[in-house]
Design a protein. Structure first.
Length: 67
């Protein structure tokens, strides 16, 4: 797995993850390739989740306090 996952934007990580899902679904990969794709997909999913968490925290910080 490459360290470049951590430098991906949300949109880049999501697009690559989508491509991986399509590759896995078409069933044309070998078992080894499928495992490598799955591992990369897991890393990309973690990246997307982390970026969404940061975005949610930023939005929460902008929310006005309750009256």
């Amino acid at each position: 797995m490459s360290d470049d996952v951590e430098t991906r934007t949300f949109e880049e990580a999501r697009a690559e993850l989508d491509a991986i899902v399509h590759q896995l679904e078409d069933g044309s990969t070998t078992l080894e390739d499928a495992l490598a794709l799955w591992e990369r997909g897991e890393a990309l999913h973690r990246r997307c989740t982390a970026l969404l968490t940061v975005a949610a925290e930023r939005l929460e910080a902008l929310r006005p306090p309750p009256a």
